[in-house]
Design a protein around this ligand. Structure first.
Ligand SMILES: Nc1ncnc2c1ncn2[C@@H]1O[C@H](COP(=O)(O)OP(=O)(O)O)[C@@H](O)[C@H]1O
Ligand SMILES: [Mg+2]
Length: 240
């Protein structure tokens, strides 16, 4: 079966101009993500797990490799080469990213923050609100917070809003970066149930979990990352 995403030899390095140094954040990563399956990325802090997700979502422009994404129409798109316009379109319609931190406008209510991706895809406001409320209840977000901007929320509350926002659209490909890191055990269980049900609906997932037990319970495939080799001097590279 054709994977939704096929990453081959992905690498990203950052150039520090003042110090003339190249800092690799991930190197030579290959992985596949399939419909209705979850691929987990594991490895120590600094191994490049978040960087891989950021490259796929194109928050970072990769330095090497291919990331073939098969879209809903059956086109194979290399996300490493895709135009900004194409990426924005894919983000709106097919690829979602639940990042570690919620970035949102200070004056929008939690309910609006959660609804936004669905409304952007053309869902009526009423229907979007209904779905958002159901998700917020499921994730144990107290009703008194729904009308309040998440800027003042605790870490765990924000993470729930972030998750609800990422899960509300049922994307074709879902990227999750430590989505349960600041949740209590009861809410974590609900998130796991949600992940299982989304899986059975056919969403392809690439996820990072801080807890190995979560990897064992949710992952169909595990990819282990090791930290890329230490800093390389550009000057040394040039002279050799
Ligand atoms: N924007 C950036 N600029 C410079 N270095 C970065 C940047 N993003 C990540 N890195 C470096 O890349 C390495 C891998 O980071 P990251 O992908 O966050 O790892 P992980 O998620 O596995 O902890 C780290 O050494 C980090 O400092
Ligand atoms: Mg990380």
């Amino acid at each position: 079966m054709t994977p939704v995403l096929n990453v081959e030899g992905l690498g990203k390095q950052f150039q520090l101009h003042e110090q003339q140094k190249l800092i690799p954040s991930c190197a030579n990563i290959s992985l596949q993500v399939h419909t209705g399956r979850l691929t987990a990325l594991v490895g120590p802090t600094g191994a490049g797990k978040s960087s891989v997700l950021k490259c796929i979502y194109r928050t970072y422009l990769p330095s090497a490799g291919r990331m073939l994404y098969n879209d809903a129409q059956g086109n194979a798109i290399d996300l490493a080469q895709a135009s900004e316009h194409r990426m924005l379109d894919l983000r709106r319609h097919e690829i979602s990213f639940v990042t570690q931190f919620l970035h949102c406008l200070p004056r929008r209510s939690a309910l609006d923050v959660v609804c936004e991706p669905l409304i952007a895809r053309g869902t009526e406001r009423e229907a979007a609100h209904m779905l958002a409320k159901a998700l917020l209840s499921l994730l144990n977000v107290p009703e008194r917070l729904w009308g309040v901007p998440p800027a003042t929320f605790s870490g765990g509350e924000r993470q729930r809003i972030n998750l609800a926002r990422g899960l509300i659209t049922r994307p074709r490909l879902l990227l999750l970066d430590e989505p349960t890191a600041s949740l209590d055990p009861a809410t974590t269980e609900r998130v796991i149930d949600l992940i299982q049900s989304i899986k059975s609906e056919g969403v392809a997932m690439l996820a990072i979990f801080h807890d190995p037990a979560l990897v064992r319970r949710t992952a169909d495939t595990v990819i282990e990352l090791t930290p890329p080799l230490a800093i390389t001097d550009i000057l040394e590279n040039c002279s050799s």
